[in-house]
Structures are given as structure tokens and as C-alpha cells.
Design a binder for this molecule. Structure first.
Ligand SMILES: [Zn+2]
Length: 190
């Protein structure tokens, strides 16, 4: 059950963060209802994000604030809209509260961040997520988030090529078969 619930994880961490709100039918469902849900999400991200030992309300509150701002900004970016001021200020507020420096890792093309003031794991987590979200939203066109509007999906993803319309081939196949169905229905009725 838990595996199914988080089976879509593994994109850019900022995309995974935004995708903790999922589309089911026409509704959006928040998968993070309690700190335990967050702990589960963090377990799945443990190989690339700091995992605080305890996940309580003191982390859950600011985490959701960051997630909500990230989600609104990504949806705006995916739709080609201006980034909404309130969420942009929220993210910048986090960046100033948890300042980091970008450092070099052993593998080229990998970014690592170190907090300026040594702090706890919870602060490090919020700092890293803020930094990677700002990275993603400020990067060139191709890497910016897109929204997959296929039936049963509605998730944010990063395009692998220009004009990519769906997050993966399965979504493309579902969307095409739905379009075909709607077209043939139209003909049958017209
Ligand atoms: Zn999709």
C-alpha cells in the first residue's frame, strides 16, 4: 500500500515535493495529512535529502508552508504564468532564513549545499529543499516543470525534450486513447 502511494517518487526533489498533492479524478488530494505521512515520504527520499530523526509538528508546519508555496509556483511555471508574489516571497523568506552555499561534489553536474550556520537536520532539510526549488524554477526553459494532464495523472514533471506533453509513455497512451474515444463518440453522435 505504502509503495503504491509513493510509487511516482524519484523525479527532481522539488518536483517530488510539489507532487505530494495528487490529482485523483477531478480532485486534488494532499498525501501529507500528518507528520507520519511526512516521515514516510522522507524515508523514500532518504538517499538524497537529509532525514531528521524525529518528524514532529515543529517540522511539519514549516514543511507544509514550503510545499504549498512550491506547488503554487510550479503550477504557475508549468502554465507559463508569472510567478505569484505571495509564494515567491515565501520561498525567498525560507532562503534567507536558511542560507546555504553551493559546493562542489565529486560527480560533475551534481550540486550539494551546505548550511552557513551549522544547525539541526530539520533546518538542513528545509534549506536544501528551498535551494533545489529555487534552482529548478530559475533554470532554463527545458528544465522547468510541466504539468501532465493525462487522465489519472495531473502530476508535475520535467520535460526530457521540447514539446513533451506527457510525463511518461503510459500517460501518452492513455491520453491518446481517450482522445480517440472522444472523437469516435463525437462521430457516432454527429
Ligand atoms: Zn502523467
Amino acid at each position: 500500500m505504502a509503495v503504491d502511494r509513493w510509487s511516482w517518487l524519484g523525479d527532481h526533489p522539488a518536483i517530488d515535493l510539489a507532487n505530494t498533492v495528487r490529482r485523483r479524478g477531478m480532485q486534488y488530494v494532499d498525501l501529507l495529512a500528518t507528520p507520519d505521512d511526512l516521515a514516510e515520504w522522507l524515508d523514500h527520499e532518504a538517499d538524497r535529502l537529509p532525514r531528521p530523526e524525529t518528524v514532529g509538528n515543529d517540522l511539519f508546519g514549516p514543511f507544509l508552508e514550503l510545499r504549498d508555496a512550491t506547488l503554487e509556483l510550479m503550477r504557475a511555471a508549468a502554465a507559463g504564468r508569472r510567478l505569484p508574489a505571495r509564494s515567491r516571497h515565501k520561498l525567498n523568506e525560507f532562503a534567507l532564513r536558511y542560507p546555504v552555499v553551493l559546493t562542489l561534489a565529486a560527480t560533475a553536474g551534481t550540486r550539494t549545499y551546505r548550511m552557513l550556520e551549522a544547525d539541526d537536520d530539520a533546518a538542513q532539510l528545509l534549506a536544501e529543499l528551498t535551494a533545489v526549488t529555487i534552482d529548478l524554477l530559475s533554470s532554463p526553459d527545458l528544465e522547468r516543470p510541466a504539468l501532465c494532464d493525462a487522465p489519472g495523472c495531473g502530476q508535475l514533471y520535467r520535460r526530457g525534450r521540447p514539446n513533451q506533453e506527457w510525463c511518461n509513455p503510459h500517460c501518452g497512451a492513455r491520453a491518446r486513447s481517450e482522445r480517440h474515444y472522444l472523437r469516435t463518440q463525437g462521430r457516432a453522435q454527429g
